[in-house]
Design a protein. Structure first.
Length: 427
């Protein structure tokens, strides 16, 4: 792609022509004559046509990014699971090793170090991951209360999150989630037939009914501050059917995560399956856009999060906070760039005893800068995408870039149309 093509993207909505400038994630409405002039320039690789829209100083440079203070950690408190999902990238939480449970002192020490490194007035996040974290329920409950007790005197606000399959939730768990304003993300892949085919229990039985029981317990004994559902999209999954089923269950948001790194090749998204996923994702987006334009609630989180980021003008040289403001602790207290990179070579970031390794964090941020990557540095979407999930890229490269660009271009169009018809969404 040319320098001009890397700097901007011309797109259209039902309201006319628009120009997206990658630097600063800025969107301009264009008159037709100006759109034609810019379109011709971009097609010919002439960056001069973008001069009126260029910033005097770039928002993102190649200067090494210093690691920011870490403000979020996920605790892999149960590196084991009670289910046998065929696509699980984490090997049921074992990451290729043995099943492990985090001890109470490790969980407490992790929370304590994060809180001690925060300043009064800071907000931090402690997340609980697995495997299935509720297999280590006592440590989860203890860590939450211990963290609150440590944070309050320091004036540090703690927020909690949990990613769970929801099959083990008890009334006591539900009360904890409500009392401490958890964000709970439930892994479920649609209605019973779709879900149970992909997400069986260890004995081969289905999990859907058990998830519904968990949801009912939360409805009766305490709903978390935010209750979301995550669908793992695999080859052959009916995305729209799964999305509508879960929205019907009353989740605050439902979104897809593609099975890019599945150990089961039959379920992994590649080749024709990847194209089908792209088409299904765009179809869900079009339906959600129609609902939102009509003034109806439709919390398809993939779209809503993208719209929020476009409205903020989000631009970043990294895909997420991994290795930067966010780290993940394994069962023994080792620190890693994120929960998907536990035990992955090149992504260890120190340990709880001595704290985050600043040199390793700095090295990660230096080498993963999107403008140092090929072919990322020549892509118009790079500051929205950030170069792709480290775990997925390490496993399978960047063979999903076309899907990402197609989705982001749709989101640009959706934002332009909603900004005109439903501006109150962005108030």
């Amino acid at each position: 792609m040319s320098e001009a093509g890397a700097a901007a993207r011309l797109f259209r909505s039902r309201d006319g022509a628009h120009l997206f400038m990658a630097d600063g994630s800025r969107i301009y409405d264009l008159q037709e004559a100006e759109a034609a002039r810019i379109g011709a320039g971009l097609a010919g690789g002439d960056a001069a046509v973008l001069a009126p829209y260029m910033l005097r100083e770039p928002c993102i440079t190649l200067e090494p990014v210093r690691p920011p203070p870490w403000r979020a950690v996920s605790l892999n408190i149960a590196q084991s699971c009670n289910m046998s999902c065929g696509y699980c990238y984490a090997d049921e939480g074992r990451f290729g090793g043995r099943a492990r449970m985090m001890a109470r002192d490790i969980a407490r020490a992790t929370a304590a170090r994060l809180i001690e490194d925060a300043a009064p007035g800071d907000s931090i996040v402690i997340g609980f991951m697995g495997g299935e974290p509720l297999l280590n329920r006592d440590v989860l409950h203890d860590c939450v209360r211990h963290a609150e007790a440590l944070a309050a005197p320091r004036g540090v606000r703690v927020r909690f999150s949990l990613t769970t399959n929801a099959t083990l939730i008890t009334p006591e768990d539900a009360r904890l989630f409500a009392e401490h304003h958890f964000t709970v993300t439930v892994s479920i892949d649609g209605a019973a037939a779709q879900n149970d085919r992909q997400r069986p229990m260890h004995d081969g039985s289905g999990s859907h009914a058990r998830v519904l029981r968990g949801l009912d317990i939360m409805a009766q004994h305490g709903r978390p501050a935010h209750l979301a559902a995550r669908i793992t999209a695999t080859a052959g999954l009916n995305l729209r059917a799964a999305l509508d089923h879960l929205l019907g269950l009353g989740f605050d948001g439902v979104g897809f995560s593609g099975a890019i790194t599945s150990r089961n090749e039959a379920l992994r998204l590649h080749g024709d399956a990847a194209l089908a996923y792209r088409d299904g994702l765009l179809a869900c987006g079009e339906h959600a856009l129609a609902e939102l334009l009509a003034g109806r609630r439709y919390p398809f989180s993939n779209l809503l999060v993208a719209l929020e980021e476009l409205h903020r003008g989000t631009h970043r040289p990294y895909p997420c906070g991994a290795g930067a403001a966010y780290l993940s602790a394994d069962a023994e207290g080792g620190l890693h760039a994120c929960h998907r990179l536990v035990d992955s070579p090149g992504f260890d970031m120190g340990n709880i005893s001595s704290g985050p390794d600043e040199s390793k964090r700095a090295a990660l941020l230096a080498r993963q800068h999107v403008d140092r990557m090929e072919p990322c540095r020549s892509c118009w979407a790079r500051y929205l995408c950030g170069g792709g999930c480290y775990h997925e890229v390490a496993a399978h490269g960047r063979d999903h870039c076309d899907t990402i660009r197609a989705w982001l271009e749709f989101c640009l169009r959706a934002y332009a149309e909603l900004s005109v018809t439903r501006p109150e969404m962005f108030s």
